[in-house]
Design a protein around this ligand. Structure first.
Ligand code: FPP
Length: 249
């Protein structure tokens, strides 16, 4: 069966889940943290190589101060509680996005979690925090400009591969499957470059209710799709006969 190597998820609907229970939004985020653990367990069991989660967008800083600080506390506690277990289970944790806006305590925990798990590669768990896809592409453009200014790169050598090498998660296969919970049908500035050929899957399920069965449904739908990467079905059938390194990525 065609299993995704890399799954990227926008975990939406925590606030609405809590509101439906007449509880504060933070209760929804806490319930959302449980759904994160379910997904990690699932990916480890199924041998999925990479899981990238949108935990906090660069726009989320604009939420009420109370919610932002409670979320930061939740991230801090989750990092402290889970990192040993993640390390033991072979998970490599990485954060993508801007570090500067986070407190020293959080930045330190992020760096520790990355350092402790740097030698693992059973599952790459990437947490997008203060991340924006446009910001990611702009940073890649800045890095290219710096290389040109320093004489390390010629403008005519700037191609897709040069950009791809400088955006976040450049060392991983791009996401095969993108999932968004909570009913909105948008990509919301997540991994804009990396999602170019990703299969998109949306569900009305609110994130705290997302579980192994929902994830399995997304994976089953993915397996039934034909990914053509701009080619015809006939070309793809022919390329399946060729050695793997000559097939479309
Ligand atoms: C979106 O729901 C969710 C967030 C902004 C936060 C996501 C955080 C978690 C799932 C907590 C744990 C995560 C980690 C990595 C430890 P929303 O608040 O936008 O929901 P709404 O659209 O219903 O208001």
């Amino acid at each position: 069966m065609n299993v995704p190597r890399h799954i990227a998820i926008i975990m939406d609907g925590n606030g609405r889940w809590a509101a439906g229970r007449k509880r504060p939004r933070m209760i929804g985020h806490r319930a959302g943290a449980r759904a994160v653990n379910i997904c990690i367990d699932f990916c480890l069991e199924r041998g999925i190589q990479a899981l990238t989660l949108f935990a906090f967008s660069s726009e989320n800083w604009g939420r009420p101060q109370e919610e932002v600080s409670a979320l930061m506390k939740l991230f801090l506690n989750a990092l402290e509680r889970e990192v040993v277990e993640l390390e033991r289970r072979g998970v490599r944790v990485r954060f993508i996005g801007e570090r500067a806006p986070f407190s020293d305590a959080i930045r330190q925990r992020m760096a520790e979690a990355e350092a402790r798990t740097a030698g693992n590669d059973r599952l790459h768990l990437n947490v997008a925090a203060s991340y924006g896809g446009r910001q990611d592409i702009a940073a890649a453009a800045r890095s290219l400009a710096e290389d040109v200014a320093a004489g390390r790169l010629r403008p005519e050598d700037i191609d897709e591969a040069a950009v791809a090498a400088r955006v976040a998660l450049a060392d991983l296969p791009p996401p095969d499957l993108f999932i968004r919970t909570g009913g909105e049908l948008r990509v919301s500035n997540f991994l804009l470059w990396q999602l170019a050929y990703t299969e998109l899957w949306f569900t009305d399920t609110l994130w705290p209710e997302f579980n192994a069965a929902t994830l399995q449904r997304a994976i089953d739908d993915y397996a039934a799709r034909e990914r053509r990467f701009g080619l015809t079905a006939e070309q793809l059938a022919a390329s399946a006969q060729e050695p793997e390194e000559q097939r479309p990525a």
